[in-house]
Design a binder for this molecule. Structure first.
Ligand SMILES: Cc1cc2nc3c(=O)[nH]c(=O)nc-3n(C[C@H](O)[C@H](O)[C@H](O)COP(=O)(O)O)c2cc1C
Length: 198
């Protein structure tokens, strides 16, 4: 798939619409080559990925469900069941972990998070361009101490994304996106850059 087409047609597909198959090992490696190709100020590589497949998916689902119960004891059984089942629905869950050094002498924290997010977006585009689909989720599990501990994350590590990956079993409507005119303007005139010279 051509790059521009991949960028413009990628969309979030929820776990309930995803299923097997997942990627083969060679393609999987290629996806992480794509992730590692993202811009990264100071080349700190402020991210790593944990891949959850097979039996481990159920353990992850249990962790997510426990995290929800701890954060929201009033969560309904349906909500808990959804968190528990989500990882099992897909062949592959990729946990995107940002490794932030808040005291770095040159690269501020926000830039490290931006670099990690850029790596995730490269990964999502690679997934889509190779015929698979994904959802970037966060929610309660991403901010849970129980999940952090269960995954063995370090002190300065943050779970930036829970990426559910698989093959789309149903189509997903395109979400609304901002018009180019709403997000890009000439400075200082404030005109539309691609019209009448801005
Ligand atoms: C940092 C981040 C966290 C997200 N967390 C969630 C989430 O917890 N639940 C969810 O439904 N979507 C989540 N999303 C996905 C967005 O909702 C989705 O990208 C948006 O609706 C646009 O749809 P699209 O990806 O199809 O363009 C997250 C996206 C980002 C960038």
């Amino acid at each position: 798939m051509e790059l521009m087409e991949a960028v413009l047609t990628r969309r979030t597909v929820p776990p309930v619409k995803l299923g097997p198959p997942g990627p083969d090992p060679a393609l999987l490696r290629r996806w992480f080559e794509a992730a590692g190709a993202a811009p990264d100020h100071g080349r700190l590589v402020p991210f790593r990925f944990l891949l959850v497949q097979g039996e481990a998916r159920s353990r992850l689902g249990e962790l997510f469900s426990r995290a929800l119960l701890e954060a929201r004891p009033d969560a309904s059984p349906e909500e808990r069941e959804k968190q528990r089942r989500n990882p099992e629905r897909v062949p592959l869950v990729i946990l995107a972990v940002a490794r932030i050094d808040p005291a770095h002498p040159k690269i501020p924290e926000i830039e490290q998070i931006a670099a990690a997010a850029a790596a995730i977006q490269n990964l999502l585009l690679a997934v889509h361009a190779s015929g698979f689909a994904a959802k970037w989720a966060t929610g309660t599990p991403a901010y849970s101490a129980t999940v952090r501990k269960g995954l063995g994350l370090g002190e300065q590590e943050r779970l930036l994304g829970i990426l559910y990956v698989g093959t789309a079993r149903a189509s997903q409507p395109a979400p609304p996106k901002p018009e180019p005119e709403a997000i890009a303007r000439s400075w200082p005139e404030g005109g539309v850059p691609w019209r009448d010279g801005g």
